[in-house]
Design a protein around this ligand. Structure first.
Ligand code: XMP
Length: 531
């Protein structure tokens, strides 16, 4: 995030969230706008410890209320000595809760506790050799010479009173510091990135040796607790579960079904923005694997009508989110007394929709796209889970592989892949191109190797020539990415001959397409979808 954007985000008001998993030991990550904050959260979860990301200015009372085993201060783009730099209440360091500062968090801890921080004489960026000078407890069972990932312009010159230097590099004398009595630690490098190979070990040392965590965050526990939660909350009421055929909503349906059985009805809304043959596939999948009541709604016309003339991506998402809820509420009435709506919202949907400090990247239709007039209450058991955690839950629940490993597909469907106004004709173009792309990737075994593969129809035309005739037709953009959790992504290096074959097929088989492009952007700076 750029600094200006970050400072703007500071204005976002903070509403305390209740943690669904209150009984679990948890670590809080205070976010200073660092590009790797979500990655820190994932790494902590990988260590079997539940954690949540909160804005850096979360009131101390709220932190205390949550009774965390530890607090991690993330990196961030600011400089601690600037007047408007984001800070924490220094009382945080007196709560008796272990704190780990990473990069900006490390500098902030030093600064607030009386150390000095200044622009480093030499910026350090990339893989750097680290020498450990005091191993216990953070560098326990690690070599004395290690490789770490650095990315900073400021550095700690002198650690605060009570701190000792734990590690140094050639240009950074205080690359890691600690107050062993108060359990306060800071590292200038990024333990959360893969380029710091010992990073997970260091995080584990912090969580287990310093914070005293036991590691009670497992998907098996999660399932048992979610089922108990849902049962208690729902009582004898009825639940409508919105399913799209994707892994997240199917997992929620399976969880809710285990919790309340017959009180569950699932609903699939065909909004006409699905991929080729998808609506029929989902119906078949459900009949085969879920012995639950399924309402299948053909809402193609009403969605297309509502989208007529709409070109703004955020507007499209809001309309779709709203129309979904309208359909759900109509059917909830028809079933009779359906008080709850269950849906497969994930943690990244919440983060990217602008909860807390993160800038709103896109309003996910199932989070920020929900209308205020909605009367049903939400049940979102996966709201704090990353995609890979959701998939692990699905596997534990015994969902079939074709659901567990299904490519993610956005709720607003092809509407966010047809740039500009959505029309039936444009949808058909992007649908056919998408089918060709995915058919070829499946045929060559690439479909299982990538996170997502999609076709986009931009709102432009270009000149071409076909059969000696001038054409003025659409381009199709192919986007195939690798990703771990959709928070970051890299373009897939597909074999050239495969790309050429796909491009050839699309321009020959999809009417009104005369050009095919391959999107080479990473996320960030781009996103996976184009809208
Ligand atoms: P972006 O485009 O933000 O997408 O990099 C990240 C992941 O989320 C999916 N996506 C959505 N899913 N509702 C959804 O259910 C949405 O509004 C939405 N927008 C993006 C996207 O396909 C990718 O997997």
């Amino acid at each position: 995030m750029k600094r200006a954007e970050f400072l703007l985000c500071k204005q976002v008001s903070y509403t305390p969230m209740t943690t669904p998993i209150g009984a679990h030991e948890q670590v809080l990550i205070l976010d200073f706008g660092g590009q790797y904050t979500q990655l820190i959260a994932r790494r902590v979860r990988e260590c079997s410890v539940f954690c949540e990301i909160l804005p850096y200015d979360t009131p101390l009372a709220e932190i205390r209320r949550r009774n965390p085993k530890g607090v991690i201060l993330s990196g961030g783009p600011a400089s601690v000595y600037e007047p408007d730099a984001p800070r924490v209440d220094p009382e945080l360091f007196t709560l008796g809760v272990p704190v780990l500062g990473i990069c900006y968090g490390h500098q902030l801890m030093a600064y607030l506790l009386g150390g000095t921080v200044a622009p480093a004489p030499q910026h350090e960026y990339g893989r750097t050799l680290l020498t450990v000078v005091h191993a216990e407890p953070m560098f326990n069972e690690l070599d004395f010479h290690l490789t770490c990932w650095m990315s900073h312009g400021d550095s700690v010159e002198t650690p605060p009173a009570g701190f000792i230097v734990l590690a140094e590099t050639e240009n950074t004398p205080v690359a890691a510091m600690g107050d062993l009595e108060r359990n306060l630690y800071g590292v200038q490098f990024h333990p959360e990135v893969a380029h710091t190979p010992f990073g997970m070990h260091l995080l584990r040392n912090f969580l287990y040796k310093v914070c005293g965590c036991r590691g009670d965050w497992t998907m098996r526990n999660f399932i048992q607790e979610s089922i108990a939660d849902i049962r208690e909350r729902v009582g004898r009421e009825r639940v409508l579960c919105a399913v799209s055929g994707g892994v997240d909503s199917c997992t929620v349906a399976a969880l809710v079904q285990r919790a309340i059985g017959e009180q569950l009805t699932c609903i699939f809304v065909d909004h006409g923005l699905m991929r080729q043959g998808e609506a029929e596939q989902v119906r078949a999948l459900f009949t085969q694997h879920f012995p639950v009541r399924l309402i299948f709604v053909d809402a193609r016309e009403r969605f297309l009508n509502r989208l007529r003339g709409v070109t703004d991506p955020e507007q499209k998402r809001k309309i779709i989110g709203e129309e979904f809820v309208r359909v759900f509420e109509e059917h909830a009435d028809a079933i009779g007394q359906c008080r709850y709506l269950a849906q497969g919202t994930l943690y990244p949907d919440v983060i990217e929709s602008g909860a807390g400090i993160a800038a709103t990247i896109k309003t996910h239709h199932n989070v920020g796209g929900l209308p205020e007039w909605m009367t049903m209450e939400l049940i979102e058991p996966l709201r704090y889970l990353f995609k890979d955690e959701g998939r692990r839950v699905a596997l534990e629940l015994g969902l079939p592989p074709e659901i567990v490993w299904r490519q993610p597909f956005p709720g607003p469907g092809l509407a966010v892949r047809v740039l500009g106004e959505v029309t039936a004709e444009k949808l058909e173009i992007v649908r056919t191109a998408d089918a060709i792309l995915n058919e070829e990737l499946t045929r060559t075994g690439w479909a299982q190797r990538v996170w997502q593969a999609l076709a986009v129809l931009p709102d432009v035309r270009s000149v071409g020539v076909m059969g000696d005739q001038r054409t003025y037709a659409h381009p199709i953009v192919l986007r195939v990415v690798h990703s771990e959790d959709a928070m970051t992504a890299e373009p897939a290096e597909l074999p050239w001959d495969l790309l050429l074959r796909i491009a050839n097929r699309i321009s020959n088989e999809v009417p009104s397409v005369n050009r095919v492009l391959y999107d080479l952007s990473s996320k960030p700076p781009a996103t996976i979808e184009w809208e």
